[in-house]
Design a binder for this molecule. Sequence first.
Ligand code: SF4
Length: 444
Amino acid sequence: MAPRAIVVSTYELGRPSFDVASAAAELAAAGADVEILDLSVGADLDRVAGARFVAFHVPMHTATRLAVSAARRVRELAPGATRCFFGLYAPLNAELLGRFGEVVGAEFEGDLVAAYRRTVGDHPPRPGRRRRFRVPDRSGFPPLERYARLRLPSGELRVAGATTTTRGCRHRCRHCPIVPVYRGRFVAVPAEVVIADVRQQIAAGAEHLTFADPDFLNGPTHALRIVRRLHAAFPDLTYDVTIKVAHLLRHRRLLPTLRDTGCVLVTTAVESFDDRVLARLAKGHTAADAERALEVLAEVGIAANPTFVPFTPWTTLEGYLGLLDRISELGLVGAVAPVQYAIRLLLPAGSRLLDLPEVAAVAGDFDPDALAHPWRHPDPDVDALWREIDAVVRREVGRDADRAAVFGEVRRRALHAAGRPAPRALEAVPDPVTVPYLTEPWYC
Ligand code: SF4
């Protein structure tokens, strides 16, 4: 009987992850009897009992915290199993995760299989026989209907799948956890693998696709080749991507092709409308660039999903109000997911932000439970406002939030914190939700 191997997914922004399915394909090819447990959609961790090898995917902060707690339980449920962590946050937190088991990197496929083979006493194949990427094995995922869907302004919900055309990023933004791992590099997944992955998801009911690349236009030729081929084969498929502001401007001539091949939504990290903050984050764009990029998307007819980091050590109460005003003036209230108003700068292990003296001055030692360096704002009123706003947006998680109402409530509290008169009643709803969005409310 083949040894049992389990791939555990804890949190992937409501998506059925390419990397989890890639790990499943690799382990199956190495001879394992593989099962995927996606805890975010209710899988039962007790199923690890009897497994020889349990691999936890840790692509981001929340997923890693959940994986650490799951790994503790797996020690009781499957005491003989090797535990292994893979994904972006594995090398970043190697010291901590190494206490629980093996740690392999973000480009994990070969090392994950090697760890499995060591566990079962198998001999590695001769060098040179391994393929770099296999078509992900999605047979162990629950139905796509269990994952986040795309909601269109009409109210129509489209079943969504997810894939990846590249990992890593060619940029070096100072706050980004990808930078210490990829150091300005990215890795392309072969087009044939991506297309086969999409084909199997469409066969399973996908009507929409999220390309989960950190930035879809790191390799524009590769990206466009894939979406052109997909559109030719599946003309009704819609998709969304993430593209940085600087790429939206540099590659604006490509945007009509994205629209014409089914792109309906672009997530773009505006982060701030304050140039001093953008410079400290080394985003490679200014506030004017961000506004221009949002205009370009509107002109082309692709909806924008702008994201922000409103709470940083440089945030002031007036500055936070200024951000809200700019969002309103630009007609973005309907486009901004409520959670964006409460995002607070995260300082994960290895954060390059700690090189900045003003960040180092407010940051504490790495907290292994929080998996981050805690930090305090120099003005306690800003931290108090963040806690209030965080409570407001948390109430909306899991609900189909009225974005304009949340904006009004956030602004009312920000005005109060700044000692300015707040409107007695909610202001007129400026922007109903007229953009498509994914029904997963969180962002991390
Ligand atoms: S462009 Fe995005 S993915 Fe790339 S380094 Fe900057 S924040 Fe990270």
